[in-house]
Design a binder for this molecule. Structure first.
Ligand SMILES: [Fe+2]
Length: 304
């Protein structure tokens, strides 16, 4: 019977995966074992700490539901989501920068006519969003589904509210680009918001004296056939949390100047009785492949 010391044990566990039929899975598992064992050795991890870690991960899993994903949140606040994003998007070649998907890509994003106010029932300062989707040479891409979602004026997404099951989606929709690659819609100005702090991830953020805030943004998922799916945000210039996003998701190129306007009508002719805001942002897609993630709570990914 083999007797292992702390380094021989690592080699033995790595060897135990030697016959795994899937080469990539074998590589990922062996590297995971190396990193985990290194962590235990470097930290002289105690039994108490190991038990705490197991309990923390257990509670993280138990907090998840069909429409709540505490593990995405954990990945986000540890910077893992942005690191996976970085290693997969090393060469942008002029394509729009990417950022985290986040835990609030939830439920059906209904195809919605251009110009619709997707936050019609919500209080807040009104905003008109106009956008265009092109390839890297500026050629408009028509018929492209663009999913949009953002927090409300109180900093919550629709799926975080008690009435989500009965009221359905709010401040989220799918637009299809027109022949010029354009789409536009109305909404409210989103505000900066804290990630959920009623679960183990939020508790960790509070206990470690980090702040839980994300700078105001609108999420976009642009999914055109023959192009890499683009998962990104547009952030509001001037937000005080741009330099300290709790999920490390801000990139300079994704920060947009949101113009405050006093015109009596919005660009599509909608009357405006009070000042409003204008967001203008273009998305440039890189040729390629890849599957866009399915929203939480939706069993089968919709075919773009
Ligand atoms: Fe968000």
């Amino acid at each position: 019977m083999p007797q292992f010391n702390e380094t021989e044990l690592t080699a033995a566990v790595i060897r135990s995966f030697e016959d795994a039929p899937d080469a990539r899975a074998k590589f990922l598992l062996q590297e995971l074992v190396k990193s985990l064992h290194d962590y235990v050795r470097r930290t002289d991890l105690t039994f108490e700490e190991w038990n705490y870690a197991i309990d923390f991960l257990t509670r993280t899993g138990q907090k998840c539901t069909d429409i709540r994903q505490e593990f995405i949140l954990l990945s986000d606040v540890l910077g893992v989501s942005m690191l996976v994003d970085a290693v997969n998007h090393r060469d942008r070649d002029g394509a729009t920068e990417t950022t985290v998907l986040g835990p609030f890509y939830v439920g059906e994003h209904k195809v919605t006519p251009h110009g619709t106010d997707i936050s019609a029932d919500l209080p807040g300062e009104r905003m008109f969003v106009q956008s265009r989707v092109t390839d890297l040479k500026g050629k408009p891409l028509a018929g492209v589904p663009v999913d949009v979602w953002h927090a409300d004026d109180d900093g919550f997404y629709d799926s975080q509210k008690a009435n989500y099951a009965t009221q359905g989606p709010s401040s989220r929709a799918r637009f299809i680009t027109d022949a010029e690659g354009k789409f536009h819609f109305r909404t409210i100005l989103p505000c900066s918001y804290p990630i959920p702090t009623d679960g183990p991830v939020g508790e960790m953020i509070i206990q470690t004296r980090r702040h839980a805030m994300r700078p105001a943004h609108v999420h976009f998922l642009v999914n055109a056939r023959g192009y890499e799916p683009l998962i990104t945000h547009v952030f509001m210039e001037g937000d005080k949390y741009l330099d300290s996003d709790v999920v490390f998701g801000v990139k300079d190129e994704l920060v947009a100047k949101i113009e405050r306007r006093t015109d009596a009508v919005m660009p599509d002719g909608t009357p405006a009785s009070e000042p409003w805001h204008l967001m203008t942002y273009e998305f440039h897609l890189k040729p390629g492949t890849g599957m866009a993630p399915a929203p939480l709570g939706v069993k089968v990914a919709e075919d773009a």
